[in-house]
Design a binder for this molecule. Sequence first.
Ligand code: PMV
Length: 360
Amino acid sequence: MNIKKFIFSSEERHIEKVKFTCKTPSNIALVKYWGKSEPQIPKNASISFTLNNCHTITTIEFEKHQNKTIDFDLFFEGKKKDDFKPKIQKFFERIAEYCPYLYDYKMVINSENSFPHSSGIASSASGMSAIAMCLMNLEKVLNPTISDEFFNKKASFLARLGSGSASRSIEGKLVVWGQHDKIEGSSDLFGIKFPYKIAPIFEDYQDTILLVDKGEKQVSSTVGHNLMHNHPYAEQRFIQANENLEKLSEILQNGDVKTFINIVESEALTLHAMMLTSNPYFILMKPNTLEIINKIWEYRNENNSNICFTLDAGANVHILYPKSEKTEIEQFIDKELSKYCQNNQYICDSIGLGGTIIND
Ligand code: PMV
C-alpha cells in the first residue's frame, strides 16, 4: 500500500467542537517484535493475541483553534500528567503529516487503564492505539466517506508510529504486523487481522498475567530495540522469527497445541536471550519469573496439561491455556503460583476482539 494514501486531504465537513471516547486493549505477542529501523519499521513480522480485560479508555475533546500548533492537555486517571506529555507530543509531531487536522484543534485528553498503574503491563500498546482510534473518529467525521477497512488500517498505522506493538491493538483476535510472504496482506506499516480461519481451541484462549514485578523497567523497550543494531545474533533472530510465524500460522489453523507451546515458549526465552546477549547486556526477568516457569513445566509434565507461558519485555509471566482447562489451571495458579507475585496479584484475561468506540 502506498504510504501517501494515509495523508488526509479532503475535509468535507466543518466541525467546531467534538468529543470521542475509545477503548482499546493491550496485546501479547506470540512471535516477538524486537528490533526495528526508522520510522518504526519492524525487522521481522510478529503476531499477537489481542487481550480483552487489560485496556485503556481514552476521551479526546477537540475544539477548533486558530494558532496552527499542536496543543493539548493530558490527564491520566483524572490528574494532569505533564510528565507523559513529551512522549505524546513526539507522537503527534510524527503523525502530523498524515493528520494535518491536528493543527486545527486544541485537544484535551483523558485516559485511564483497567489494569493497575505501573503493574509492569505495557500500557503503550493500549494507550497509543486508543489515541489513534480517537483521531480516526475525528477523521471520519471530517470525511465520512472513508471505509471501515481504511479506518482500521490507518488507526493501526498511526498507533504504530507511537509504539510498534500498538499497531496490533486495533483489531482482534489475532493480529499480524510486519510484511511476511506467507501471510496475505501483511505489511510493515500496519497490523492486519490474522487472515485465515482460527482453530476452535485458540478462539477463546486464556491469558493469566502474573504480576511478578511492578517496578519501572531498568531498560526501556526503545533502548532494547536499539541494541539489536550490531547485535551478534540479530540477523539469525530475524530469520528465526519469520520462520516461527510461518509455523505458527499453520498451527493456529490446525489446532496443534503441543507445537504451539514449543514455539511460544521458545519465542519468549529468545526475546530475553537477545537482551542477555546485547551489549550493554541486561536482565528483565526476576528470580520469581524463573520459579514460575519451572513450576509451569513441572505442572505440565505431571498433569499432561496444555499450560504454557510467554514473557513481555519485563518480569511478569503471561500464562496461556485453552478455556477447557480453566478451572484446574486457575486453581493451580492460585495455590502454587500467586505466592511468587507482588502482593499475590494476577490478572485473568482472555482473547478479545479489539478496540471499540464508546460514544461520540
Ligand atoms: O511496542 P514497543 O516498542 O514497546 O515494543 C514491544 C516489544 C515487545 O513487547 C517486547 C514484543 C512485542 O512484539 O510486543
